[in-house]
Design a binder for this molecule. Structure first.
Ligand SMILES: *[C@@H]1O[C@H](CO)[C@@H](O)[C@H](O)[C@H]1NC(C)=O
Ligand SMILES: *[C@@H]1O[C@H](CO)[C@@H](O)[C@H](O)[C@H]1NC(C)=O
Ligand SMILES: *[C@@H]1O[C@H](CO)[C@@H](O)[C@H](O)[C@H]1NC(C)=O
Ligand SMILES: *[C@@H]1O[C@H](CO)[C@@H](O)[C@H](O)[C@H]1NC(C)=O
Ligand SMILES: *[C@@H]1O[C@H](CO)[C@@H](O)[C@H](O)[C@H]1NC(C)=O
Length: 594
């Protein structure tokens, strides 16, 4: 029994050691056909790689050279990956026996050239990766044998030009990546034989122009990356044969104009980046119908205006970014057709005003950013048809006031930013103050929304002002104050201070404190804050509320009339309600009346 067991163990041991003896020194062999020689200890390719090896990989090692010998008998090798080594020399016959190789990666090495004839027997190769090396040129015929290549990655080298005809035999190529090189131009016929090409990446080069017809034979192209180059001009017909294009990246170039019709025939486009260029305008007819385009990025250009209907073919667009341009005017119908738009970004432009109807064709809009413009005022009905609006950014503009009822149609509002505007805290601020008090949470920190004018109120949070319009309490104060500031009083130090005129805000003679205004509110009101008292000079130049005497006169007259009307209404109401319900009357009573 014991002898049998030890015999079994011995034979088992022999089998194992036999298998492992096949594995080269310092390497591991996960299966009998896979060899992995990775790690810093490896400095050259072993001469003892088993002939039946199908996969050989050497990662993160210090191999500097490939000679002919180690690969000589590896005719069944399918995958060879020598990545992240220090490879700088390859013998031109190194791969001669690898007639079954399908996948070859030499990425992340220090290759400066690919010797002529290197790939002469690799007819079956489908993937060739030589990314992140130091190739500065490629021999015009080195790729000629690679008739079955599907994926060629040459990005991250130092290629300065594409030799004539270099890709002409690659009839099966689907992906070609030439990004991150130093290409300054591409021959017009470079890609003309790549009839099956689906992805062409030319980003991060130094391309100055793209020749007419460069992509004319690429009818199957779905992705084209031309971003981060120095292209100034695009031929109008450049994409006219690329009806299957889904992604087109043109951002970060120097393109100064988009010719009419350039995107007219791209019905499958779902991604288009145009930001970081130099367009001064977009003309009508640039964008054809694109049912799949959801986002359009146009920020960081030089746009000055937006003409009517310019986006009207982009009926499925959800996001339109036009920020950081120089837009000073937008035609009323510029956004026509954007029925699905959810987010519109117009911040950091030069807008001073907006047409009332400009957003009326955006029924689904949720977010709009208008900050960092020079908007002085906004039409009352600007957002009238945008009942789904959730997020409005209006900070850092030149807004002195907003029209009453401005936010009224907006039932779903979540966030409104209003700070960094020169709010004018005169009688017209009532609406805004009331709205702020009712919607503090939507403003984030409402105490950042402060008055800029009149000077004595500068820095005062609007929400702290005592001007609840439902009470008109401050209107009464205004009467007192203004009547105490006759225009002709010029004596310095004359008693034109607000604390005096409003010294008794609880004045029994003011019938208008009836609703809701509590003693506390009045005491915290701006009129009693000594820190914000004006200098006599301020008082002389501009009356209370910063009005001229003529304006003051009109205001007073209007207010007196209003007061009278309100008083009458009150009396009538009071009589009527007393009859109807004594409960209501209790609520109307002023605490200090009780
Ligand atoms: C390749 O095979 C030949 C004959 O089968 C043999 O003589 C030679 O030593 C082998 N070379 C290597 C590197 O294993
Ligand atoms: C919409 O697309 C059609 C077809 O490409 C084009 O003729 C028309 O000019 C485009 N309209 C606009 C406003 O760009
Ligand atoms: C609107 O803005 C909010 C807050 O910034 C964001 O979370 C949300 O995703 C935006 N909605 C759309 C449709 O862009
Ligand atoms: C306010 O907007 C101007 C442009 O109108 C911009 O230059 C400035 O940086 C903005 N300020 C802040 C704090 O964003
Ligand atoms: C609100 O803003 C004011 C003024 O900028 C600041 O003093 C205060 O700390 C802020 N409060 C909060 C909760 O951020």
């Amino acid at each position: 029994m014991e002898g049998k067991t030890s015999l079994f163990l011995l034979s088992w041991f022999l089998t194992i050691s036999l298998v492992f003896s096949e594995c080269p020194n310092g390497c591991t062999c996960p299966t009998s056909t896979q060899v992995d020689c990775s790690g810093a200890a490896i400095t050259e390719v072993s001469d003892f790689i088993p002939e039946n090896t199908k996969t050989l990989q050497i990662f993160n090692s210090r191999v500097t050279e490939l000679t002919d010998s180690p690969f000589q008998n590896l005719s069944v090798l399918v995958i060879l990956r020598i990545e992240r080594n220090e490879l700088s020399q390859i013998s031109s016959g190194a791969f001669d026996s690898l007639v079954n190789l399908r996948y070859l990666s030499l990425s992340n090495n220090r290759l400066q050239e690919l010797p002529h004839g290197l790939f002469k027997n690799l007819e079956r190769l489908t993937t060739l990766l030589v990314a992140n090396n130091q190739l500065s040129q490629i021999h015009p015929t080195v790729f000629t044998p690679l008739k079955n290549l599907i994926d060629l990655q040459l990005w991250g080298n130092n290629l300065k030009f594409i030799p004539q005809g270099i890709f002409d035999q690659m009839h099966s190529l689907l992906k070609l990546n030439l990004g991150k090189n130093s290409l300054t131009s591409i021959p017009a016929n470079s890609f003309e034989k790549l009839a099956k090409l689906q992805a062409l990446r030319l980003y991060e080069n130094k391309l100055r122009e793209i020749p007419e017809g460069a992509f004319a034979r690429l009818g199957d192209l779905t992705e084209l990356g031309l971003h981060h180059n120095q292209v100034r001009r695009l031929p109008a017909e450049l994409f006219s044969n690329n009806q299957n294009l889904q992604k087109l990246f043109l951002s970060n170039n120097l393109i100064s104009a988009l010719p009419r019709g350039i995107f007219a025939n791209l019905p499958e486009l779902s991604r288009l980046t145009l930001f970081g260029n130099a367009f001064g305008k977009i003309t009508v007819g640039v964008f054809g119908p694109m049912q799949k385009l959801k986002e359009l990025w146009l920020y960081d250009n030089q746009l000055l205006t937006l003409p009517n209907n310019v986006f009207s073919n982009l009926t499925q667009l959800q996001l339109l970014s036009l920020s950081r341009n120089k837009i000073h005017s937008i035609s009323s119908n510029a956004f026509n057709g954007l029925n699905e738009l959810l987010e519109l970004s117009l911040h950091t432009n030069a807008l001073t005003n907006l047409e009332e109807e400009v957003f009326s064709g955006l029924p689904k809009l949720q977010n709009i950013s208008l900050q960092n413009n020079k908007l002085k005022s906004l039409p009352r009905k600007l957002f009238r048809k945008l009942s789904g609006l959730k997020n409005i950014q209006l900070q850092n503009n030149s807004l002195g006031k907003l029209p009453p009822g401005f936010f009224e149609p907006l039932e779903h509002l979540n966030e409104v930013k209003l700070y960094d505007n020169p709010w004018r805290c005169d009688a017209g601020i009532h609406f805004l103050k009331r709205w702020i008090l009712l919607n503090q949470l939507k403003l984030g920190n409402s105490s950042q929304v402060v008055c800029s004018d009149p000077p004595l109120l500068r820095g005062q949070p609007i929400s702290d002002l005592n001007d609840d319009p439902s009470s008109l309490g401050t209107a009464a104060t205004t009467i007192n104050a203004d009547s105490a500031v006759p225009e002709d009083i010029e004596t310095p130090g004359s008693t034109t201070s607000y604390s005096q005129s409003s010294g008794n805000p609880m004045d029994e003679t003011s019938p208008l404190l009836l609703f809701g205004t509590t003693t506390e509110e009045i005491e915290s009101s701006f009129v009693t804050k000594s820190s914000s008292l004006p200098s006599p000079e301020d008082g002389r130049k501009r009356g209370l509320w910063g009005l001229t005497s003529l304006q003051s006169g009109v205001v007073i007259a209007v207010i007196v009339l209003c007061c009278l009307a309100l008083l009458c209404t009150l009396i009538v109401c009071g009589l009527y309600k007393r009859k109807k319900s004594s409960h209501v009357e209790l609520r109307m009573k002023q605490p200090n009346e009780a």
